[in-house]
Design a protein. Structure first.
Length: 570
């Protein structure tokens, strides 16, 4: 549940700190007082889209922070672990969102920075906000199949995953088949080119790293004379220039006088002896290196020709030899496809047919599961509608299968979710035929249908906070009372919030909050206060009587509140 919500510098709110409880909460107040801003703040906390103009005028940033109290078995903890977010063992989850006046946003979950994508994924398991505009989702038939599948449960979800894996393979096979069927004219033009390219690359007999080795060999051959001169001169300085002889004579001289000052002369003698041996060894290596130097203009020419060939292939087929060899492999595959086109076509058609039959079998299994689920969902919604003053309404989930209807074949058309389309059908009056929701449902009826769906899915999706933003607009009388009672019942399974202008809804709440607006020092500011006792009666009386509150409206408000207590206690 949502335990606390803190808001600073958001729109007309300067600073608000609200504590919430279990059960059914209502938020009331005059039009324009800022009731929806609280919902906007909570939407931002769970990853909703924000903008710089939401920051209070004259402030650098808006800050929203929410504290959720959740059992350890709630699915959000697994999501946090998957995302690498620290989770507390105290069953508390703190989310903080900041929105700067420059439009930048930052979010933290339990003190750890998270991206907006991560925050939205977490938020899906915490808060479900339903406003008047969400009625439109009831009119989108693609949404109906998603709701039906969610209601059907884990078995259908598992089967749908299996189906999608096969359907993905089917799509790949169809793409390959279509490309091969449409490429006949192009293939004739490309076959000669592929053959030429394959022959050109293959005849070069390239080896990995060959270009690097040839470049090094070329460098050595080009500078063979310069290397010969330098090494020969170095060798002569050591041997012919009597360099080693001079060091040898110095060793002899020091050896003769070593005994007169062994402490200082012995180390110097050892250094000269070591230098002599190292210089002698270096001289021998220089001699061997000099003798190994070859100057071969013909070989240099061959290396240049080979590098020219490789560089020419690089300009055509890739920046490196591995790139060229990779191109050769791909081109060989493409050539083989063209040369074996008829055989490949037959193989692909057989593969497409096999995958289609496999996918069709899985799709039919999905259809059977949906048929059973549609009956249960229809019964559940009709039961909920009966409790919402729509007892005469008939609700059905109509499942249709589309037919491809091509000249070559008549077979069910498969899509990413199987072979089915689901349409919610409704009849609101006895004797009237069932029709799609978009053709018959009024705004008030749509509110009650959506509330029925939310009531059914509250136990399935386990979202702990459910918010209704003026969804009772356009409803009055007994229907309004029924909506209020349904929200109260729903609050036994999750924490329910409702922004409302209806006293029938407000009196059924377990907790009542008033949002009010004041002007202090030429600045407008919104505040939130929990109403209890006579203060709550006064607010209900205002909702009943408008501007003027009389003893009669106060008495009526008290009666409504007493009746609500009796209904909830029954």
């Amino acid at each position: 549940m949502l335990r606390e919500l803190s808001i600073r510098n958001l729109a007309v709110i300067e600073e608000v700190n609200v504590t919430f409880h279990h059960g059914f909460h209502v938020l009331t107040g005059e039009t324009g007082a800022g009731k929806s801003i609280l919902i906007d703040a909570l939407s931002l906390v769970v990853g909703g889209r924000g903008s710089a103009d939401m920051v209070r005028y004259g402030c650098d940033k808006a800050e929203m922070e929410a504290l959720f109290d959740l059992p350890l078995g709630h699915p959000v903890w697994k999501v946090l672990n998957k995302l690498g977010v620290n989770s507390s063992s105290e069953e508390m989850l703190v989310i903080r969102r900041e929105l700067s006046s420059y439009g930048k946003s930052s979010s933290r979950v339990n003190g750890q920075l998270v991206t907006m994508t991560m925050l939205r994924e977490i938020g899906e398991y915490l808060v479900n906000i339903h406003g008047q505009h969400e009625h439109q989702s009831l009119l989108r038939t693609e949404q109906h199949l998603e709701w039906l599948d969610l209601f059907a449960g884990d078995l259908l979800i598992e089967r749908k995953q299996n189906y999608r894996a096969v359907f993905s393979q089917l799509q790949q096979a169809r793409t390959s088949l279509r490309e091969l069927e449409n490429s006949a004219r192009h293939n004739v033009q490309m076959l000669d080119l592929y053959r030429f390219q394959i022959e050109e690359i293959s005849s070069a007999q390239l080896k990995p790293l060959e270009d690097e080795l040839l470049t090094e060999q070329r460098r050595k051959l080009m500078y063979a004379g310069k290397r010969m001169d330098a090494v020969s001169e170095a060798y002569s300085l050591l041997y012919d220039g009597k360099g080693l002889d001079a060091v040898s004579k110095a060793i002899t001289k020091l050896t003769d006088i070593q005994s007169y000052d062994a402490v200082k002369l012995s180390p110097l003698l050892e250094q000269l002896q070591s230098a002599f041996y190292q210089a002698e060894d270096a001289a021998f290596q220089l001699r061997d290196y000099r003798d190994g130097i070859e100057s071969d203009p013909e070989l240099l020419s061959q290396v240049d020709d080979r590098l020219d060939l490789i560089n020419g292939l690089k300009r055509k087929y890739g920046e490196t030899i591995p790139d060229i060899l990779s191109y050769l492999q791909r081109t060989t595959v493409d050539r083989d496809k063209i040369e074996n086109r008829d055989q490949l076509l037959e193989e692909l058609r057989l593969e497409e047919s096999r995958l289609y039959e496999q996918a069709l079998e899985l799709a039919m299994e999905l259809s059977q599961l949906r048929e059973h689920a549609s009956i249960r969902l229809s019964e559940a919604i009709e039961k909920e509608l009966g409790q919402l003053q729509m007892s005469a309404a008939k609700f059905r989930v109509q499942i249709d299968q589309s037919i491809a209807g091509t000249v070559e074949e008549d077979r069910p058309r498969l899509h990413a979710n199987g072979m089915d389309e689901a349409i919610f059908m409704l009849s609101t009056n006895p004797g009237e035929p069932l029709k799609p929701l978009s053709k018959i449902a009024s705004g008030g009826e749509m509110s009650r249908i959506m509330l029925a769906l939310k009531s059914i899915f509250a136990e399935i999706d386990q979202v702990p906070v459910l918010i209704f933003d003026e969804v009772d607009t356009g409803v009055s009388g007994r229907a309004a009372q029924a909506i209020a009672e349904k929200m109260s019942q729903l609050a036994a399974r999750c924490q329910v919030f409702s922004i409302t202008h209806l006293p029938q809804v407000a009196c059924m709440a377990d907790h009542h909050y008033e949002i009010s607006k004041q002007v202090v020092g030429a600045r407008t500011s919104t505040s939130v206060a929990e109403l209890i006792g006579n203060i709550r009666i006064e607010e209900l009386a205002r909702m009943l009587g408008g501007v003027e509150v009389t003893e009669k409206t106060r008495h009526h408000a008290q009666e409504m509140l007493d009746l609500a207590h009796r209904q909830k206690g029954a």
